[in-house]
Ligand binder design. Structure first.
Ligand code: DAH
Length: 332
């Protein structure tokens, strides 16, 4: 074998290499020259059978060609990979789907409710989830040992040392009625959306925590007629459907008279109980420091979860708290 054969391989391999445009062909090229049966490998392997003089010239030439080819292959490969990694931008490629968050259905419904009431002139106020038994019960005309306390299964909290007050997780949003009246003068109309807690077994319509929206309007001459007007307007807008209403007498210690409101959507044809309400009890006004002879007011409380279940046909209240994204992603 002659030195020219190494030169020939050099020339043809370099030429071939410049035409290579992708990694797959580059690998094929590497195998062809440097693989186990490659052209250059064969030359290197044949060296040992050559006379010493030839070996002396051919050996270094073949070795340096091998090193050079290895180096060039490496360079070329990094060219390919750096192109595909970032430099190349294919504007026609479909974009990656971006995952965005969704508000919880209860947040959606609470916002809808709040917007309707605010447009009717109600202000939104917030109250504490940890309450004292005074605001949750006594101030609402439910003294200790009154059987009406059994209407609300309560999570009692451990009493702090030297505390006269008993603490609990509020069982309803009604305690904000007295808290608000203590520091404000009528006339006013407010709503109190918020989380409440009940110590009870869960099923499709009961949870140990859920959301309520309380309403309170107080002034001179506020009547049940005002209540009906507000509430029917609210439900008409909330469900966006024609509906019939039914007012049934009921009992809540903090109102007199007390009532429950049922609604029948024209599309559903069945009565659904949607809220408790009534005229604020004189004792509640007294607890707040108001003179019950000068003022009247109506109060109401409804379940946010319940309205969400009716509006969006959600069959089980526990779905709201299960953290399953298949529910939340359906809401915007
Ligand atoms: N707080 C009552 C409950 O949780 C609901 C309620 C009834 C609120 C009558 C009121 C009301 O303001 O007047 O069951």
């Amino acid at each position: 074998m002659e030195k020219t054969s190494v030169e020939g391989v050099r020339k043809s391999s370099f030429e071939e290499l410049t035409g290579i445009k992708d990694a797959k062909h580059l690998e094929r090229f590497r195998v062809k020259y440097l693989g186990r049966n490659g052209v250059l490998t064969a030359i290197l392997r044949s060296l040992k059978d050559l006379p010493l003089a030839e070996r002396r010239t051919l050996g270094p030439a073949a070795n340096s060609l091998r090193n050079e080819l290895e180096k060039r292959i490496k360079e070329k490969l990094s060219e390919f990979s750096s192109v595909s990694a970032g430099d190349f931008f294919d504007a026609s490629r479909p974009g990656k789907k971006v995952k965005i968050g969704h508000p919880h259905p209860l947040a959606v419904v609470e916002r809808e409710m709040r917007e309707i009431f605010e447009s009717l002139g109600f202000a939104t106020v917030d109250g504490p989830e940890i309450e004292t038994d005074y605001y949750n019960f006594d101030a609402l005309n439910i003294p200790p040992d009154h059987p009406a306390r059994d209407m609300w299964d309560t999570f009692w909290l451990k009493e702090p040392k030297n505390s006269k007050a008993k603490f609990l997780l509020r069982t309803h949003t009604s305690p904000m009625q007295v808290r608000f009246m203590e520091s404000h003068q009528p006339p006013f109309q407010i709503i109190v959306p918020g989380r409440v807690f009940r110590y009870e077994a869960t099923d499709v319509s009961h949870e140990i925590n859920f959301y309520q929206l309380e309403g309170l309007m107080v002034g001179k001459g506020v009547s049940l007629a005002n209540f009906k007007a507000v509430i029917e307007e609210f439900f008409k807008r909330f469900f966006n459907k024609p509906a019939d209403f039914r007012y049934r007498p009921s009992y809540f210690p903090f109102v007199e008279p007390g009532l429950e409101v049922d609604i029948k959507l024209k599309t559903e044809n069945k009565w659904l109980e949607v809220m408790g309400a009534g005229m604020v009890h004189p004792r509640v006004f007294e607890a707040a420091g108001y003179n019950p002879r000068e003022l009247t007011g109506f109060a109401f409380g409804m379940g946010v979860d319940r309205l969400a279940m009716i509006k969006y046909k959600i069959p089980d209240i526990r779905l709201f708290y299960a953290g399953d994204l298949r529910l939340t992603t359906q809401f915007k």
